[in-house]
Write a protein that binds this ligand. Sequence first.
Ligand code: HEM
Length: 77
Amino acid sequence: ADGAKLFGAKCAECHGGDGKDVSISGKAIAGDAATLTKLVGYKNGSFGGEQKATMQGSIAGLSDDDLKAIAAHVGTL
Ligand code: HEM
């Protein structure tokens, strides 16, 4: 999976192309080494805040491989 391409298509509208837009999620995600753990947590329901349903919906169609590729890309931002 192409993490950069998936991030652009699935995440950038809310987190910004640089992962630093805080207007929707409240915090920057760029460079966060815990991103994969958080994404897996949204998927299995063990992580999230008041708006976690938004994130659960946003990653619903993505495979574990997709999430790994996206998280690796976020780590480079
Ligand atoms: C939270 C990544 C798509 C809106 C987060 C967090 C991460 C993340 C890592 C947790 C931040 C933290 O608490 O440290 C991603 C990735 C996406 C994606 C990789 C694409 C696969 C989206 C989209 C939206 C969105 C499309 C808007 C429709 C939010 C919101 C939160 C959040 C509102 C806060 C949720 C909460 O209360 O737990 N995102 N996001 N995200 N994201 Fe995304």
